[in-house]
Design a protein around this ligand. Structure first.
Ligand SMILES: [Zn+2]
Length: 574
């Protein structure tokens, strides 16, 4: 392909709304162009890379035995009502009506659609297992689209769904997909880490997220260098050993006036005590019933763990009036010692078991209490001490006890055991060999295809631009033709282009009438894996210059024109 025959727009300046490097480079290198907030057009270069990511995903899915289909983006509301998700998906789902007032959604995912399909096609155990997948545009009505393709309103996703006869068979399928995912991300040139995640509404469901480690990542991940334990912050547990925490006598509790000091920081400053001595107490409404939870003052409540512990369907901070009614005070002055409602269930983080000398709210506006001793002053049942905080750096790894580190990650894929949540709702059953009806067991598997494309850039770039891995580079080779008016140089460039294409390597020839500096800058910005410089001067000195984008400028090789194609092939394979 000649540069002059394609459509490439590179930009000198960063887009104003871009906060992270990959977003800036996507736009500056002419990979995508913004249409409106959260909506992007894939320009010719971007389309080439996107298709390469798709091809890798498709190839690994096919090899893993999955079957490709494509289902409508426009999904009738009835499907979503069958599982109750029409009402629970929340404002992120795009809903619309057709001219006959029939409601529908622009699919954010397709569990309902695919379960409805399988129910009507599969009837016998002989047809199982089956895994179906599609690569399809998905929609999310983001409040605040940002980070380019990372959090956009429309995105390309591979969503796969497996159907098995029982949980044991579903487990085999799950790990088969897990390993396919490892291969997909490796082939895209990504270092992606499988991370344990929370099963959400699905109870104890097993699920792993695949994260690309990057400082710009939106998600926190707890990592253990010692044993390799990795979990997202919602899920990450910690080993709690607080045997050493009780090393002194307890003093009598003392009420102190703390007017207008509500936050831990304010009260801590007011009383001149370390934030770690404080207890943070919040009142939640779990399925409509109030519950109080206390955690150390320097930690945050993990609502996912709390919801899971309570087995609640909904969990939200209690309303102002409810807090006042059950505790006797406004939020900011509440605590676990004698709340107004004596029947209020109180939970506390495991690290507070036996803790003493703490400061809590007094359940009286404008007051706190000092010297709180949890075993003496707080009425909590043994079982209601548990892990209720968000993991933090330095916590003990739940597996080996070594301190964990917190890293940032970009989620690019997820594998999930769904059990029978959807097949129960749709009554998707099969007949076993004794002709008994059994419910099909499901799994689901997503890859953010467009997000993966951007994650590659976030993980692989430098100050000059993108550094594409060969597998997903828009063109693997860019020939910078410095003298497009010199017949000898043009002849060498044309011959090399043909030789590379014959080897199945894709090439773009920069044949523009531009200065060498402009061509080099653009080649570096777009980040083609290999750069070849063909010019009259170089040819007079014996050859063409070949360099990998990932290499330092000093690494340039001078190669005789007739050997150049083999040399490049070696570098790309290498
Ligand atoms: Zn560990």
């Amino acid at each position: 392909m000649k540069w002059s025959k394609t459509l490439i727009q590179t930009l000198r300046d960063n887009p104003q709304d871009a906060e992270i490097d990959s977003h800036k480079l996507l736009v500056r290198a002419g990979i995508v162009k913004k249409l409106a907030g959260g909506l992007y057009t894939y320009l010719p270069l971007g389309m080439r890379s996107l298709k390469k990511v798709q091809a890798i995903v498709r190839d690994e899915m096919d090899k893993a035995g999955a079957l490709e289909i494509v289902m409508p983006i426009l999904q009738p509301a009835e499907l979503w009502r069958t599982t109750g998700r029409w009402d629970t998906m929340g404002p992120n789902m795009f809903k619309l009506k057709d001219r006959a007032e029939r409601e529908a959604a622009l699919g954010p995912t397709a569990e309902e659609e695919v379960t409805d399909l399988v129910k009507s096609v599969v009837g016998s155990y002989r047809q199982l297992p089956v895994t179906l997948y599609q690569i399809q545009w998905k929609f999310r009505d983001e409040t605040r689209p940002r980070f380019g393709l990372m959090r956009s309103k429309e995105f390309l996703m591979k969503d796969g769904y497996s159907f098995d006869v029982d949980a044991e068979a579903a487990d085999k399928t799950y790990w088969n997909m897990y390993h396919a995912y490892e291969r997909i991300f490796a082939r895209c040139g990504l270092k992606a880490v499988p991370v344990e995640a929370d099963g959400g509404d699905m109870g104890d469901s097993q699920t792993h997220e695949f994260h690309v480690l990057a400082d710009a990542g939106e998600d926190g991940i707890a990592f253990c260098e010692g044993c390799g334990y990795a979990a997202n912050l919602e899920k990450a547990a910690r080993k709690a050993d607080f045997s050493a925490s009780r090393d002194g006598a307890s003093e009598a509790i003392e009420e102190v006036e703390t007017p207008s000091a509500r936050t831990i920081e304010e009260v801590s400053r007011f009383l001149g005590l370390e934030p770690s001595r404080f207890v943070k107490t919040l009142v939640y409404s779990a399925d409509g019933k109030c519950v109080m939870v206390s955690v150390p003052g320097d930690r945050d409540v993990n609502e996912v763990k709390l919801k899971r512990f309570l087995g609640a369907k909904t969990l939200e901070l209690a309303a102002f009036d409810d807090v006042l009614a059950v505790t006797g005070a406004e939020a900011g002055f509440v605590g676990p010692v004698s709340p107004a409602d004596k029947t209020l269930r109180i939970l506390a983080d495991i690290s507070l078991k036996g803790a003493f000398g703490r400061v809590t709210g007094a359940n009286k506006n404008g007051y706190h209490i000092k010297n709180v001793d949890f075993s003496r002053d707080v009425s909590i049942s043994e079982a209601d001490y548990s892990d209720f905080v968000v993991a933090a750096a330095g916590d003990a790894c739940p597996v080996c006890g070594k301190p964990i580190a917190i890293r940032r990650g970009i989620e690019v894929g997820q594998v999930f055991k769904l059990g029978t949540k959807y097949t129960d709702a749709f009554k998707a059953v099969y007949k076993n060999d004794k002709l008994e009806e059994k419910t099909i067991v499901m799994g689901c598997y997503g890859v953010g295809v467009s997000r993966t494309l951007q994650a590659v850039i976030e993980q692989s770039h430098d100050k000059d631009g993108i550094v594409w891995p060969a597998s997903v580079s828009p063109y693997q080779v860019c020939i910078c033709l410095l003298d497009p008016d010199t017949p000898e140089a043009v002849a060498v460039s044309d011959a090399l282009e043909s030789a590379l294409e014959a080897k199945g390597i894709d090439v773009i020839v920069d044949d523009r009438a531009e200065r060498p500096g402009v061509k080099f800058k653009d080649a570096d910005l777009i980040g083609f894996t290999v750069r070849v410089v063909v010019g009259a001067k170089g040819l007079a000195n014996g050859g063409v210059e070949i360099k990998l984008r990932s290499e330092d400028k000093s690494k340039t090789r001078i190669v005789a024109p007739e050997l150049a194609a083999d040399c490049i092939e070696g570098l790309l394979r290498g």
